[in-house]
Ligand binder design. Structure first.
Ligand SMILES: [Zn+2]
Ligand SMILES: [Zn+2]
Length: 273
């Protein structure tokens, strides 16, 4: 009866289509999963249909990138009304910003003598919005770099010559957007935030849960986040952050039981009753 509450599809930077992802979840014996693509809900309709076909419970979600205290902070939104106008408009603006950013990066790369074809990068991104991982993959394909890691460290990463900063939502904007769409905002993988001291301030901004169970969290971090959940009466969630075979993490790793999903639903009702 396990649920993987953190997964990505081809609608963002995952490698499986929503339908393939849901099918795989069924094969792994998962009861359900939340589709939480980066800054898009485009994978949800296909996922919901597949969920009925494979008898896997699909929870609509999203993962928003925000900026807080100079750090990148990801916020998961669970049980959102993915058709809500406000949310869709905000996501459309973000897609546009991502495209603008990709174009800027392409022109920088070209000035560095590493031209890439926009169409080629778009083919790599498939249905998803072009992001740095796709640009990196295109650079590998052209033989500009050995691997994605090198593409980031030499060209695309923060401080590198082709780096372009992205406009991000503030943490407060993201929380408001998710709550307005009837969702429950949860702090994703706090262990990946550069500064652990920020976590309490993030909690105080109004999140309702913490992703305690996460592949890269150490046992000590897990203990600490669990204690925070108890002190602040937050829901402890978990998930694999599955992106497909590109990462060495199996779908269903760090999955949680039905009780957690029930807590999310109760929290949602408490707010929107
Ligand atoms: Zn994330
Ligand atoms: Zn993620």
């Amino acid at each position: 009866m396990l649920f993987d509450l953190h997964t990505h599809t081809t609608a963002s930077d995952g490698t499986l289509r929503p339908r393939e992802l849901v099918k795989l979840a069924g094969k792994h014996g998962l009861k359900g999963l939340a589709i939480t693509d980066h800054d898009t809900v485009d994978g949800i309709p296909e996922g919901l249909v597949a969920g009925r076909d494979y008898q896997v419970e699909v929870l609509p979600g999203v993962e928003l990138s925000t900026s807080f205290g100079g750090h990148e902070v990801h916020i998961l939104g669970y049980l959102i009304d993915w058709k809500a106008d406000g949310l869709r408009e905000a996501l459309a603006t973000m897609t546009e910003q991502r495209l603008n950013r990709a174009e800027k990066i392409l022109s920088r790369l070209s000035r560095l003598g590493l031209p890439l074809d926009f169409g080629e990068v778009q083919r790599i991104a498939g249905d998803g919005v072009i992001g740095r991982p796709h640009l990196a993959a295109a650079m590998v394909k052209r033989g500009y770099v050995q691997d994605v890691r090198e593409a980031f460290s030499r060209f695309l990463g923060k401080g590198a010559p082709a780096y372009v900063a992205r406009e991000k939502l503030t943490l407060e904007e993201a929380i408001r957007l998710l709550t307005d769409a009837g969702g429950v905002p949860v702090l994703a993988h706090p262990g990946l935030i550069g500064d652990a001291r920020l976590i309490v301030s993030i909690i105080e901004r109004g999140i309702k849960g913490i992703e305690v169970y996460y592949p890269e969290h150490t046992p000590d971090q897990r203990q600490y986040y669990l204690r925070l959940c108890q002190s602040y009466r937050l829901i402890a969630t978990g998930g694999s952050d599955y992106h497909g075979a590109v990462r060495n993490v199996k779908l269903g790793y760090c999955a949680v039981d039905f009780q957690t999903v029930k807590q999310l639903r109760d929290k949602q009702e408490e707010y929107y009753a």
